[in-house]
Design a protein around this ligand. Structure first.
Ligand SMILES: NC(=O)c1ccc[n+]([C@@H]2O[C@H](COP(=O)([O-])OP(=O)(O)OC[C@H]3O[C@@H](n4cnc5c(N)ncnc54)[C@H](OP(=O)(O)O)[C@@H]3O)[C@@H](O)[C@H]2O)c1
Length: 334
């Protein structure tokens, strides 16, 4: 049975740089891409986005590569008539329109110019609130990337600039060209390396958007076996979900569940409340395509963990296995 804690009628806000957003955002990737059931019920996904907006979620997160394209189309459809109620975030750089880039990674100025026009069209908007480079492209100096993004800001096509999975030197170089508003990276109870980046983000006034805050669903305790996952589900090849690692990692999920039971809330809420306890400049973007889970996740805004619960979560058994495949890890700056 799902138990909700706290209110569902009003959410706090947070600041990412100068950009104000609801304290908890919504990741829309799994509605169309990557996870079991993606694309199976767009009507339910659109209801989830609408319910999120009604509950005070403003940061809606998509990317060109989700699908590719179909997730942006879905979000654009959901936001018809409601565009002004959200802070719309999307990402470029993992689809190459210039024909040259192996694996699709392409942050060349030419590609960014093409990508932004496509995203604007699919999202049905004249501007993107927060436009992220999806992965740092070793083929294009970050100064060149920021140069074209700053031009897009000046042209009114984007409002704020973000980076995803960039590490400290790149963040500093980028910020020296034009203010970076947010860095979006994986941060959760079982992926902690952003804690090394956070002091630098705070020094520079950059917010942290925490993706996969529920450990791709695992930390909620809802994934007890990988047998139910489609073969196309990303988690099938994620090292944390494979073989002995998976069996061992179930322990971490059980530890989260025990604290949730003590706090009288759900494991998903504990995972989110722990992130919220780490700072007002951290905005998790849990992904779900279901209204009931959205409501549960949003209610985490009102969950207050005790100091001893936070300490127990800080000391959670570390995950076995990297948080991405070996090939994907190569695209993540460290
Ligand atoms: N920048 C990047 O490189 C990057 C990478 C990955 C993700 N992201 C962004 O971050 C967002 C969130 O990350 P994520 O979707 O990978 O992982 P997540 O938010 O940690 O977990 C999502 C998974 O958990 C399930 N779930 C959600 N709420 C639940 C609840 N209360 N109880 C039980 N299960 C629950 C969802 O299933 P249902 O949908 O079936 O509810 C889905 O399978 C994405 O949507 C995307 O926008 C960005």
């Amino acid at each position: 049975m799902t138990r909700f804690a706290g209110r569902l009628d009003r959410m706090r806000t947070a600041k990412l740089g100068k950009l104000e957003v609801g304290r908890i955002g919504l990741g829309t990737m799994g509605m169309s891409h990557g996870y079991t059931g993606a694309g199976s019920d767009d009507a339910a996904s659109i209801r989830t986005i609408h319910r999120a907006i009604d509950l005070g979620v403003t940061l809606i997160d998509t990317a060109e590569v989700y699908g590719p394209y179909v997730n942006e189309e879905l979000v654009g459809q959901a936001l018809r008539g409601r565009r002004d109620q959200v802070v719309l975030a999307t990402k470029f750089g993992l689809v190459s329109h210039t024909g040259g880039a192996p694996g699709g990674m392409d942050s060349s100025p030419e590609n960014i110019r093409i990508a932004v026009e496509g995203s604007l069209k699919r999202l049905g908007t004249s501007f993107i609130d927060l436009y992220y480079q999806h992965r740092v492209d070793p083929g294009t100096p970050i100064e060149d990337v920021m140069g074209v993004l700053a031009a897009l800001v000046a042209e009114g096509k984007i409002r704020y600039i973000g980076l995803s999975e960039a590490w400290i030197p790149t963040i500093r170089r980028a910020h020296a060209v034009h203010p970076v508003t947010a860095v979006q990276s994986e941060y959760s109870l079982w992926t902690r390396d952003q804690e090394e980046v956070l002091p630098v983000l705070r020094e520079l006034g950059i917010g942290l958007v925490a993706y996969s805050p529920l450990g791709r669903g695992f930390l909620t305790g809802a994934v007890r076996t990988t047998a139910d996952l489609d073969d196309s589900d990303f988690r099938k090849t994620n090292p944390r979900f494979v073989g002995e690692n998976f069996e061992r990692n179930v322990r971490s999920a059980d530890e989260v569940r025990a604290i949730a039971d003590e706090a009288g809330v759900t494991a998903a809420q504990v995972a989110l409340a722990w992130l919220l306890s780490k700072g007002e400049d951290i905005v998790p973007i849990p992904g779900t395509k279901r209204v009931s889970r959205l409501e549960e996740n949003v209610a985490a805004d009102a969950v207050v963990l005790t100091a001893s619960q936070i300490a127990a979560l800080d000391a959670l058994t570390p995950a076995e296995g990297e948080h991405h495949t070996e090939a994907q890890m190569k695209a993540i700056e460290r």
